[in-house]
Write a new protein. Structure first.
Length: 158
């Protein structure tokens, strides 16, 4: 493990024992995606449907000259479709097995650095679809942040 330490006025500040997550919203749930797993965060402007594709594949898009497959996290997680389609939808860009994907989410929040000591296992009553992609949770003020494994989310779509 790498730790970065800075010394300032006899105080050592270290990022050892913490994880950074980009927060995203899918439905009413706030999810945390590891910063190191993400290549891009972008707004969807034009999405081209793929005839005959599985229902979780929203289409493909051109991102700076790359063809990116757009995977709808709502569909994978069994949530109802968005009322306004893909207008205003954001995507988290990731690589998986040499391919580029954009995981469609309702919105992107902030980057949080959270202590490893505050990480908890998944609740036993968590829905099986959600549990299959969750690494565990963090308790935030008034809500739970579910950390997700992007690899597992993408495997769910295959």
């Amino acid at each position: 493990m790498n730790a970065t330490a800075l010394k300032s006025d006899d105080m050592v500040v270290s990022d050892f024992g913490t994880q950074e997550f980009v927060t995203v919203h899918v439905g009413d749930q706030i999810l945390g995606v590891g910063v190191k797993e993400i290549h891009d965060v972008f707004a969807i402007s034009e999405l081209t449907p793929v005839p005959g594709a599985r229902k979780e594949i929203a289409g493909v898009l051109n991102l700076r000259g790359r063809i990116v497959t757009a995977i709808d996290a709502r569909v994978i997680l069994g949530l109802p479709p968005r009322e306004n389609g893909y207008v205003g939808v954001m995507a988290v860009g990731v690589e998986h097995k040499g391919e580029s994907y954009g995981v469609l989410v309702d919105s992107v929040g902030e980057v949080l650095r959270l202590k490893d000591s505050e990480f908890e296992a998944n609740p036993i009553n968590m829905d099986a679809k959600w549990k299959s992609i969750s690494r565990g949770i963090y308790r935030l003020e008034g809500k739970l942040l579910m950390t997700i494994d992007i690899e597992k989310l993408l495997v769910q779509s295959n």
